[in-house]
Design a protein around this ligand. Structure first.
Ligand code: SAH
Length: 354
């Protein structure tokens, strides 16, 4: 039975499901989940990510990782981890750019966290020559000091939507009407997750919360605080918690209805970095940023690197604009680092007030 039929059957039997349950099924259902068997990236796919725009992105993230490793005291071995590595492009560019850093490559134990079979194959090809260990979940990566990278991973994690109703909150769910998937409202147990700044919102206001993202950031922050290391999280979203719904689907570079043909479109939402910062601090880690991707990459020297690459890559000026301009990826994308509290301020976050 196809995924849509299975979801309908479940709703008929047990009632409406949360947006998070719907999103989890649509993206990672073992048989038909969007990420399981396809490579959705690139011009011929559904969306293009920063590492696919230009090699300069992964190269600078590589430099960031090498500097962070040195700040940690150059531990050998350490775990270099990427969550949701797509085609492996970012990691391949990062590794190529850091070949000359003394001792860095010898110290790396490479771990990738991925659910997609097709993408895993692409990662294997992109990282030929490296010994890679794959994991289904970040919690499965073995102990030890770590540098963790994640670009456009957190937006794939499920959210839930609360809507202000009189003096309380109700939850937007997925139910059935005339045998079609539709949004319905139900009681919620999550009103405690509404940020204090939004607690007194007007009736009808939507607030998105993501227990799944909180759980990942909590785990990372605890791990880095106990075992040492740093994480760099990059995604589209807003630097502080705000109201408004951003639950959306993209298919072939166009907006798609999230409830239509589950499993065939990328379903995401904007990442609330305010929620991540609070969760990471609560778990003991030091948090740097958020800072816009444009400013972050400029601080890492993207202009100088792009100038050099432009001598043989005529597409470079356009790629640079795409990555850093405020009306492209420059401010829509935000970056935070979570580090062991004893580490110095990581590269790219220098003049950020803590
Ligand atoms: N970082 C890459 C790919 C971003 S797309 C880039 O910037 O190009 C999201 C990635 O996260 C894909 O590799 C996808 O398969 C993976 N992914 C999605 N949900 C996941 C989950 N629950 N656990 C692990 N990986 C997941």
């Amino acid at each position: 039975m196809n995924l849509e039929e299975r979801l309908k059957r479940r709703i008929r039997a047990f009632g409406p499901i949360t947006l998070a349950d719907y999103m989890t099924a649509a993206l990672t259902d073992e048989a038909e989940g969007y990420y399981r068997r396809r490579d959705p990236l690139g011009a011929s796919g559904d969306f293009v990510t920063a590492p696919e725009v230009s090699q300069v992105f992964g190269e600078l993230i590589g430099a960031w990782a090498a500097i962070s490793w040195q700040q940690m005291g150059s531990p050998d071995p350490f775990r270099l981890v990427e969550i949701g590595p797509g085609r492996g492009t970012l990691m391949a560019d990062a590794l190529r750019a850091t070949r000359a850093v003394p001792g860095f490559h010898q110290a790396i134990r490479l771990h990738l966290v991925e659910v997609g079979e097709r993408l895993m194959e692409r990662q294997r090809a992109a990282l030929a020559g490296w010994q890679v260990t794959w994991h289904a979940e970040i919690g499965d990566v073995p102990d030890g000091p770590a540098i963790v990278l994640a670009n456009e991973f957190l937006d794939t994690l499920p959210i839930r939507q609360l809507v202000r109703d009189g003096s309380g909150w109700e939850e937007r769910m997925v139910g059935l009407k005339d045998d079609e998937l539709v949004y319905v409202f139900g009681p919620t147990a999550l009103s405690g997750l509404v940020p204090p700044t939004l607690a007194d919102s007007l009736p009808g206001t939507t607030v998105e919360v993501s227990p799944a993202r909180i759980a990942v950031v909590d785990l990372l922050s605890r791990r880095l605080t106990a075992q040492g290391g740093a994480a760099l999280l990059i995604d589209y979203g807003h630097p502080e918690s705000r109201s408004g719904g951003t639950f959306q689907a993209i298919r072939a570079h166009k907006t798609w209805s999230p409830l239509a043909e589950p499993g065939t479109a990328d379903i995401t939402s904007h990442v609330d970095f305010g929620e991540l910062v609070r969760a990471a601090r609560l778990a003991g880690g030091a948090v740097h940023g958020p800072v816009g991707q444009g400013l972050f990459l400029e601080r890492l020297g993207i202009r100088q690197r792009a100038d050099r690459l432009a001598q043989r890559d005529t597409g470079m000026p356009e790629a640079l604009a795409r990555l850093i301009d405020f009306d492209q990826m420059g401010t829509l994308f935000q970056v935070i680092a979570i580090t062991h509290p004893d580490l110095p301020i990581p590269a790219g976050f220098e003049s950020m007030p803590e």
